[in-house]
Design a protein around this ligand. Structure first.
Ligand code: NCD
Length: 311
């Protein structure tokens, strides 16, 4: 495997292989010296054009825990502010000969484009509302740890499905692992034609059928219109609170949580919630992804020559 651009790049066997490897990395975090030499001398470039707390820090920590060298690039404060394009930025930074580029942008398909401009492996860390494959992998990992097999599990994904890359990657990953997925939310926040992919519900009346409730944030940054009358009305119908969440249901959320909107405070801190475990899984799962992509690959070819830039 050369890139991880979509969860569709992975079949069940590949997902299991990556997650089994992730499990073997858990002891690294518990050691006094939290580092193994597996990727010594390799360079990982984190290219983030969008806000990130968990994804960016866990990719950095994952790379460093495997002894790779990390270059962190944040679009704000860089020459992007002076008008440099994504392609010119990638080609410029390719001069540092990264072996792997993690990229997050607001543009659907950007990771795929970057893969065509560099000899490095590319990991999609979120491209607009399209995909976020490593989030889905860490969610499958968290569920395996909490409940065991995903086969036959009933998983409800609740909230803004239309603008969520997490929803898209998670639906595909959960189904690949044998779970049954239902998405629930207001009709304005569920894409048309969704029924072809999974079950769809417009209210939470049957939420008690779920083994796992996966709540999503309202992705305001990708909305051009108003999709719900008000957050208060949205919360009254779709918020997961102590009344709606059963004692045996598992609660997930990719973060960041808007407390009091998609989740009530009492469930965030409840024993059903595995939100902290999801964050923790982010490091070992991303270690396993970096390992999968970078070992087994021969030394990278020379970086592409940067295109001449006009003044
Ligand atoms: C998600 C994202 O950025 O897509 N967050 C994350 O990576 N943990 C979800 C979100 O922003 O709501």
């Amino acid at each position: 495997m050369r890139h991880l651009l979509s969860i569709e790049d992975l079949d069940r066997e590949a997902i299991e292989r990556i997650l089994d490897r992730a499990k073997t990395f858990t002891d690294v975090s518990e050691r006094e010296i939290k580092k193994v030499p597996a990727l010594r001398g390799r360079r990982v470039l984190n290219l983030f054009y969008e806000a990130s707390t968990r994804t960016r820090s866990s990719f950095e920590l994952a790379a460093k825990s495997l002894s790779a060298d990390v270059i962190n690039f944040a679009a704000s404060g860089s020459a992007v502010d002076k008008g440099e394009s994504l392609k010119d930025t990638v080609q410029t930074l390719s001069a540092y000969r990264p072996d792997l580029i993690c990229i997050r942008t607001p543009f659907v398909g950007a990771a795929q484009l970057v893969a065509g401009w560099t000899t490095a492996s590319v990991v999609n860390a979120g491209d607009g509302k399209h995909e976020h494959p490593t989030q889905a992998l860490l969610d499958v990992y968290t569920l395996r740890e909490r409940v065991g097999r995903l086969e036959g599990l009933n998983i409800w994904i609740v909230g803004d499905i239309t603008h969520s890359r997490v929803a898209r990657s998670c639906i595909l990953a959960f189904q690949t692992m044998g779970a049954k997925v239902t998405v629930a939310g207001p009709p304005t926040l569920i894409p048309r034609g969704m029924e072809a992919m999974c079950d769809v519900a417009y209210d939470l009346d049957r939420l008690n059928e779920a083994d796992v409730v996966y709540a999503l944030r309202m992705q305001h940054e990708r909305m051009t219109d108003s999709f719900v009358p008000s957050l208060r009305e949205y919360a009254s119908v779709y918020q997961i609170d102590g009344r709606r969440l059963g004692p045996r249901q598992v609660l997930m959320h990719p973060g960041p949580v808007n407390r009091g909107v998609e989740l009530a405070a009492e469930v965030i801190d409840s024993p059903q919630a595995v939100i902290g475990q999801q964050v923790e899984a982010g490091v070992v799962v991303r270690m396993a992804v970096l390992y999968e992509l970078l070992t087994g690959r021969a030394n990278p070819k020379p970086a592409l020559t940067p295109a001449p830039l006009t003044a």
